[in-house]
Design a protein around this ligand. Structure first.
Ligand code: UD1
Length: 428
């Protein structure tokens, strides 16, 4: 397994280009199952999760051709042309689903188009149990018959799905996406209330509209879908990754550097930037992105609580905690989305951070500086928080088990070292 070595202490300076959002790209790829036409997706990031989804769709009979790539100096993004001509296979096997929970996003589209789907139940994961009960209950409301057997979700709707009013008891991003896709081909009207408002959900909805779907309320918590008989192919470009953007903004702030973040959209990160500005980070919008710098003295602690969009994203919690670990004063960070998302805390403490967890809140008392250490990456966002800690720490940090990073950060070492970071990957 690869390890990343970082010699900390260099302020980052330069330009980093942001790729397409992984969490938008995955449902968009699954949407290709809804049509026999060709869905052409551009600005796809080059990540392991994208390859896993491509492999799963390939097994379901989707023909995928690819051009463009993300090697070399600039980011070119990738273009995938996905054609689900004939859905002969409707099983998403355990081996692929266990690698990536988002595989469950094929359930709604398969059921809507083929009238059946067999999808392995995703197990627990490092950040909590993460069930899919809300996806299943909502699909049942659209007329699906669902059984759980031998670790698989067996779903049937031989005569097709029928529109219904679905009220999600809690906000679920994946649940909203699965239902949105299914409802596009259901008979009649579906209303999804308490729907997730994440920009990635809106991106999916806009792509579905380009494919011929009828959806009202995009970007709000009530989505109204009028089912249509068939969808067609479309050309669509994936929204920029707001979590990658926020992560590099923190890299600039924590090293006392200045980064231009090209292709970033500030409007998708308002809650994060509010916290960063109150901590003393300078953020300016530029013509093609953002400029992030820390020029006016030490960072100050700030409190925050994770919430569904437009609240503070859980996927930025670990990174902001790392920043607060070296800010003056105390910060209280509360996690309300996932029950076990503080696994970076003991690792940060091994680097000298002063953090105490009480239930779903962590009290972070800022320290003067962190010191390099051997640490272990546990999940995607925890891994990158350790990279940020390593960039700021005195001495060498070695991050083990970095395969998580490759699921969500494209060419991370390359992007950081181009801005002066002393970072290298070592194969075991
Ligand atoms: C998505 C994102 C992930 C992000 C999360 C929250 C993708 C591929 N992943 O994950 O990066 O951290 O949104 O913003 O887009 N829940 C249930 N039952 C369900 C579904 C969810 O209890 O059927 C719970 C979950 O355990 C969790 C909460 O609802 O506590 C939110 O989960 P959800 O929004 O569904 O997250 P994902 O779609 O899995």
């Amino acid at each position: 397994m690869d390890r990343i070595h970082i010699q900390g202490g260099t302020p980052l300076k330069g330009t980093i280009t942001i790729g397409g959002a992984k969490n938008a790209a995955l449902p968009l790829m699954a949407a290709s199952l809804l049509t026999e036409g060709t869905l052409s997706l551009s600005n796809l990031p080059h990540l392991v999760d994208i390859s896993t989804m491509a492999k799963l769709l390939g097994e379901l009979g989707v023909d995928i051709s690819m051009d463009g790539d993300a090697t070399g100096g600039g980011h070119v993004g990738r273009v995938f042309r996905l054609t689900a001509g004939d859905l002969s296979e409707t099983t998403a096997p355990y081996d692929l689903v266990r690698k990536m929970r988002a595989s469950v996003l094929v359930l709604g589209p398969l059921l809507a188009r083929a009238g059946r789907a067999r999808v392995s139940l995703p197990g627990g994961c490092a950040i909590g149990t993460r069930p899919v009960d809300l996806h299943l209950k909502a699909l049942e409301q659209l007329g699906a018959e669902i059984e759980l057997t031998e670790g698989y979700i067996e779903a049937r709707a031989e005569k097709g799905l029928t529109g219904a009013r679905v009220v999600f008891p809690m906000v679920t991003v994946g649940g909203t996406e699965n239902l949105l896709m299914a409802a596009c081909l259901a008979k009649g009207e579906t209303v999804l209330s308490n729907a997730a408002r994440e920009p990635e959900v809106a991106d999916l909805a806009h792509c579905l509209v380009a494919m011929g779907a009828k959806i009202d309320g995009i970007g709000t918590d009530t989505l109204t879908i009028q089912g249509v008989d068939a969808l067609s192919g479309a050309d669509y470009s994936v929204v920029p990754d707001r979590i990658e953007t926020g992560t590099y903004a923190i890299a600039a702030a924590i090293t006392g550097g200045a980064l231009t973040i090209k292709g970033a959209r500030a409007d998708l990160l308002e809650s994060v930037f509010k916290v960063l500005v109150s901590a003393g980070v300078d953020i300016t919008e530029t013509q093609d992105g953002l400029h992030i710098a820390r020029t006016n003295g030490p960072l100050k602690g700030a409190d925050m609580m994770t919430e569904p969009y437009p609240g503070f994203p859980t996927d930025m919690q670990a990174q902001v905690m790392t920043l607060m670990a070296v800010a003056q004063g105390a910060s209280m960070i509360t996690e309300t989305i996932f029950e076990n998302r503080f696994m970076h805390v003991p690792e940060l403490c091994r680097m000298g951070a002063d953090i105490n967890v009480h239930g779903s809140s962590a009290i972070v008392r800022g320290v003067e500086s962190l010191s390099g250490a051997q640490v272990m990456a546990t999940d995607l966002r925890a891994s990158v928080s350790l990279i940020l800690a390593g960039l700021a720490a005195e001495g060498e940090t070695v991050i083990n088990r970095v395969y998580h990073l490759d699921r969500g950060y494209e060419r991370l070492e390359e992007k950081l070292s181009a801005c002066g970071a002393n970072i290298r990957r070592m194969a075991e």
